[in-house]
Design a protein. Sequence first.
Length: 407
Amino acid sequence: MKKEPIFVVGVPRSGTTLLAAILAAHSNMSCGPETHFFRWLAKTDVDQILNSETWPEPAINFICSITRKSFSANDSKYLIDKYQVEKQDIARYLENKEPSIAHVLSAITEPYMMAMKKSRWVEKTPDHIEHVQLIRKYFPEAPIIRIIRDPRDVALSLTKVPWGAQTPLEALLLWKRLDEASQEFFSTDHLCYTIHFEDLVLSPQEELQKLCQFLGEEFEEAMLDTSSTGKQINSRNVPWKDKVSQPIDASRTSVWRDKLTKQENQLAEAVLGDRMKVYRYPREENFVQLGEIYPEFSLAPSYAHSLTRLSSTGIRFWKTHKDEKPTVKIYLGDPGNSSWLKGKKTERLVNTLSISVDVIKAIVSKDFVYWIPDKNGLEWSGYCSFLLKKILAPYKIASDNDDKNNC
């Protein structure tokens, strides 16, 4: 009986490539380059692709249009080039198939599987962790494997790749966003499996035996040797995937202990300490206050130094219980920015009054209030923002721009 395909997802730099290479080393399983298929599908009119009157032309055009960013002059951006297939190959595969998204993706993955003389294909694209609902919709019986790694190690790794994050905090927030987008799915879907990167590299045979049992495959010793399959998956020869062809390295765990300062780890735990606890990662810091950031947490990387100082005073940004109320209010940037005051004149006035009331309530409640302005924070940016700046001025602390000027 033909077995369902397998999908591997995870936050980038969590070990998805290693896991894919391990699975591809099995005698039954193949895994080609990342497809990013569902990221493209999420932005596409599926009904148009599956229109029976025009099938398979829209499907052919869709799969042939998928591109990826190139990092070298010799690296083609088209997915079909990565899989070494031509447009006519896709057409021949689909012409006698019923319209379905499963067939569209299989037009790439199945010929590759056959070329590898395997019987089951694996698709690995880390950012598909944002699209696991789509995978389940079109592959209702397919196993989805998520690999998780300590977010601090992920953050450090993401700052070393050209497509990654500029700062560890930016990377931590990416980890947080992707985890939040998928955690409910993985807690309820019975065909999902979660493996920890640390367990995989420290006890590979034991972990792979359990994984193979879940997948309905026999464990094979050959899975521990990725010297060949790692090169297949890293078809672009990018340096950040070189280690996948090398022996499994247990030293790649807890790198953060040597690379992060105490203050950097405090900030990491202040942002993600609750999720670290869920995934059994060690925490070293104690926090006594719950902080709330306004207008949005996504602005935090621009104020990393200031937030690091605040987290070192015992402020975290996650609740210990669902009814916990914040005792620290942190305002970021210029109140004249659109993230603070949106809309037309009347709406901006209403927003100004609402924010003013919130600040005053916090002060009356004896909560801590901090304002971290940006480099233009004290310049004129309208009457509404001028009022907010006057209210927040006594609670201004040094911005990251100030820190750099004082270095």
